[in-house]
Design a protein around this ligand. Sequence first.
Ligand SMILES: *[C@@H]1O[C@H](CO)[C@@H](O)[C@H](O)[C@H]1NC(C)=O
Ligand SMILES: *[C@@H]1O[C@H](CO)[C@@H](O)[C@H](O)[C@H]1NC(C)=O
Ligand SMILES: *[C@@H]1O[C@H](CO)[C@@H](O)[C@H](O)[C@H]1NC(C)=O
Ligand SMILES: *[C@@H]1O[C@H](CO)[C@@H](O)[C@H](O)[C@H]1NC(C)=O
Ligand SMILES: *[C@@H]1O[C@H](CO)[C@@H](O)[C@H](O)[C@H]1NC(C)=O
Ligand SMILES: *[C@@H]1O[C@H](CO)[C@@H](O)[C@H](O)[C@H]1NC(C)=O
Length: 218
Amino acid sequence: MSEESHVTPLAPPQIYRRSDEEWGATATTKPKVIHHKHGRSSKCFVYLLLFLVLLSIASLAFGLVVLRINAPKLKLELVEIKNLKYTAPDFASLNMTMVAQVKIYNQNFGGFTFHNGSTSVVYGNTTLGMTYCKSGLVRGRNSERMTVAVQVKANNGLAENKNFSSDMGSGLVKLSSYANLRGEIRVLKHFTRRRTSFMNCTMSLNLTSQAVQDLRCM
Ligand SMILES: *[C@@H]1O[C@H](CO)[C@@H](O)[C@H](O)[C@H]1NC(C)=O
Ligand SMILES: *[C@@H]1O[C@H](CO)[C@@H](O)[C@H](O)[C@H]1NC(C)=O
Ligand SMILES: *[C@@H]1O[C@H](CO)[C@@H](O)[C@H](O)[C@H]1NC(C)=O
Ligand SMILES: *[C@@H]1O[C@H](CO)[C@@H](O)[C@H](O)[C@H]1NC(C)=O
Ligand SMILES: *[C@@H]1O[C@H](CO)[C@@H](O)[C@H](O)[C@H]1NC(C)=O
Ligand SMILES: *[C@@H]1O[C@H](CO)[C@@H](O)[C@H](O)[C@H]1NC(C)=O
């Protein structure tokens, strides 16, 4: 502050002294030089500002693209029915192994390390089977396939359910399958976010073909 106030009073006498020596020529050029110097520094300032603006746009774009972290997508690709045993329509019961192939697509730039996951098979409101999945890793911008086997059992609990008996009698049973996968996505070594992926599907079990049809996922 004090230095600046010292400099400004010193500047005008310098100009006056020089303009005394060569009045005609310098009187017009001097202000021009000062004006030019002033213009250069403001241009510098504009470039600096422009650079900073571009830098923040670049880091914003970087942040939006690289640091935007979404839960990886789960896709039920295939469902196979094994060891199917059932009684219907009286004393309706069902016992089978449902083997599902799930594709985990990690669209993020960082790897997805999952620890917890579960897949369940549900009829109406009743859970018929559930499996916990092991841990694993899906690298960034990559996908992995996981095979999940769920032991499905429907006996005593659903024996009283009229819908279940009639479904079993018709040979077509509507089932839902829910899956979730909990884990962390790590971007740039130190930036970690927790995400949970969900899968929500409906399907019909055809007792005649011993296969699943009308598979729909949301
Ligand atoms: C279901 O079937 C398996 C063999 O596929 C058998 O080991 C199991 O005991 C059966 N469960 C019931 C409740 O019938
Ligand atoms: C998830 O896994 C952690 C250990 O890896 C365990 O402590 C926790 O209970 C699990 N949560 C569920 C909901 O299974
Ligand atoms: C499912 O359960 C809820 C409450 O637990 C009940 O209100 C609902 O009616 C049930 N739905 C079916 C289809 O049974
Ligand atoms: C049977 O199905 C009907 C219609 O789909 C539903 O309203 C009812 O809650 C179901 N009953 C049970 C016990 O799930
Ligand atoms: C599955 O999706 C349906 C339709 O969007 C929704 O009503 C239901 O609550 C979902 N179930 C789960 C467990 O997310
Ligand atoms: C169940 O599967 C059998 C044999 O593939 C087929 O003939 C029948 O039409 C299927 N049932 C339904 C309701 O699609």
